[in-house]
Design a protein around this ligand. Sequence first.
Ligand code: ADP
Ligand code: 5SP
Length: 425
Amino acid sequence: MALVAGVDSSTQSTKVVVCDAETGQVVRQGRAAHPDGTEIHPDEWWRAFQEATSDGLLDGVASLGIGGQQHGMVTLDEHGEVVRPALLWNDTRSAKAAEDLIRELGGPAEWANAVGLVPVASFTVTKLRWMAEHEPELAARVATVMLPHDWLTWKLTGEMVTDRGDASGTAYYSATDGVYRVDLLEKAFGKVPHLPRVLGPDEAAGRTSTGMLVSAGTGDNMAAALGLGLEVGDVVVSIGTSGTVFGVTDKLTPDVSGAVAGFADATGKFLPLVATLNAARVLSATAQMLGIELSELDELALSVKDAGGLEFVPYLDGERTPNLPDATGSLLNMRRHNMTPQNVARAAVEGMLGGLGAGLDAVRAVGLEAQRILLIGGGARSAAVQGIAPEIFGVPVEVPAAAEYVALGAARQAAWALTGQYPAW
Ligand SMILES: Nc1ncnc2c1ncn2[C@@H]1O[C@H](COP(=O)(O)OP(=O)(O)O)[C@@H](O)[C@H]1O
Ligand SMILES: O=C(CO)[C@@H](O)[C@H](O)COP(=O)(O)O
């Protein structure tokens, strides 16, 4: 039996699945945590990858693919050394840089038409502008810019490559034209560092020192779409560190409002996506505040039929959609009679899902059909989320069997690169 492996190097952890290349059945799994924070040295991802794959997890694996958190700015000097810790997708320090870049190009529509999205602090191009302005000595040393999954692929193979899915989250790659917009990168950063070569969906990046094939890899949301085998009419809501709402389309409608990012997917199509900064951790922060476990939060939230008038504005980490990087969370409409743990728990779940409900409206506005929602990510394991989501979204919600869909998608890509056939798992 040929084995393939998929890696999900996401915000909070690295997860690895080893699958039968023919059926996709998972035969082994590993995981390791990442440190908290919105900037992180890439060595931490390498350490987590090694920890997650220790004890021979990859023994006998013929091909491996990496799915990684999107947008993180990894900068290398001319010797391949990391110049500064990577600024992650949820780091909001480049919010002003985003505003400046929009103004300099002539407005949001110019960006939406050029690269399918309007800059916000999450996108790599704004982080590069921030670095050029605030850390000019470090910026001067930057010879190469890449994304988290690219860096891991490079560590494994020595090849500086990426795929169009992850490249489309930089804001200096046009998903529709399939080219880097080095002119935009130069305007933002003042120079054009070396960029990873963009591979096709089934192309291999190279081989590890032990001979294992490594596929192109992709961003974690693109990998999740691959893992689910998404079809037109399906919309995914993923509740991880980020909340994301996305679907696969044949063509892209740029969203000038900036709510929907026009990403590429990992198969040659597109992946319009809305992302929020506040998802599963709204639930864990609320449980922590109440001094209870997540399972108890579920019980409390489901023990009442509404939040008794409480409204939880969930912007605990600022927010990206809507673009309010400095926003804070609030608990509104408190009265003596409604300040119960049950109501607070319910309001937290409703508030977090409400942000994703607005995301659903936004992807519909650019033409995504939503006949059903597929709910995935760590937060989808919550009974309260599963119970309350249909009310908030107003369409049937299905919860696929709990699985690591990002890692599974990366494994599917690894099998595709190995055999040359899209695996019909
Ligand atoms: N049963 C649960 N109820 C609520 N949240 C959960 C549950 N299980 C896991 N989570 C949350 O899911 C998050 C991790 O989800 P995951 O999709 O792996 O995130 P990421 O890919 O961003 O690292 C954590 O914040 C964790 O607290
Ligand atoms: O910024 C985005 C999507 O645009 C995030 O979805 C990141 O890709 C991180 O994902 P998770 O770690 O939350 O899965």
